[in-house]
Ligand binder design. Structure first.
Ligand SMILES: *Cc1c(COP(=O)(O)O)cnc(C)c1O
Length: 222
């Protein structure tokens, strides 16, 4: 049961950790069930699915895009998205800035870091992020706000490895905070942890977990 799973999860996670319910592939009815149990933040990884669900569901839901985003699709989510998790290039940030401006908004974004051993996962290195943040182009952006970092650990049973990867993200956050964002109270989010590893993530300093299957059940991909 979705409501029960949510309640259990909420009881388990400490204050100061935000729960994003990852509803990708799940029907609107499932999201409504979570909504009725009090959940207001939902995450999707595909732009089209996000837009369709946004249109059909209550307007006080905060929608997060958690998956990889292509520049040419930013325009579809710019009017309403509340947080974009997986930003990993200056080009993408430029497009988000442009579309945010068109919508008279400031859009919050997380920088995604490559912390896993798998090479299939997107994300920046610390050096790349520093270069990005120091660029003139980045400094000219008025309609984006970098509110923290996001990362995905390797899909493995080795919890020590997972912890090490989350620790890496924690250090990246601390370094960026100290060097570039010390006066920005908004720069506060460490988005790490999914169904399989949110406990480790929280212990390693996560402030926001993205949990799907533990709430909604396993996903059936066609
Ligand atoms: C699907 C997904 C999740 C949630 O995964 P679960 O294992 O179902 O909790 C979290 N983050 C991202 C980026 C995802 O794509």
């Amino acid at each position: 049961m979705i409501a029960e799973a949510l309640l259990q999860l909420r009881n388990e996670i400490p204050e100061g950790v935000t729960l994003v319910a990852v509803s990708k592939t799940k029907p609107v009815s499932a999201i409504l069930e979570a909504y009725q149990a009090g959940q207001r933040i939902f995450g999707e990884n595909k732009v089209q699915e996000l837009c369709e669900k946004h249109e059909q569901l209550p307007t006080d839901i905060e929608w997060h895009l958690i998956g990889h985003l292509q520049s040419n699709k930013v325009k579809y989510i710019a009017p309403f998205v509340s947080l974009i998790h997986a930003v990993d290039s200056l080009k993408l940030l430029g497009e988000i800035n442009k579309q945010a401006l068109k919508n008279n908004r400031v859009i919050s974004c997380l920088l995604q870091f490559h912390i896993a051993q798998e090479d299939t996962k997107f994300g920046l290195s610390l050096d790349e992020a520093i270069e990005l943040i120091q660029s003139e182009t980045f400094r000219s952006f008025q309609n984006i706000r970098i509110t923290g970092v996001m990362g995905m650990a390797t899909f493995t049973d080795n919890t020590e490895q997972i912890r090490e990867e989350f620790r890496t993200l924690r250090h990246i956050f601390d370094e960026l905070k100290a060097r570039f964002f010390s006066n920005h109270t908004d720069f506060s989010i460490r988005s790490m942890g999914m169904s399989g590893d949110y406990r480790e993530a929280i212990e390693e300093g996560s402030t926001l977990i993205r949990v799907g299957s533990s709430i909604f059940g396993e996903r059936n991909y066609p």
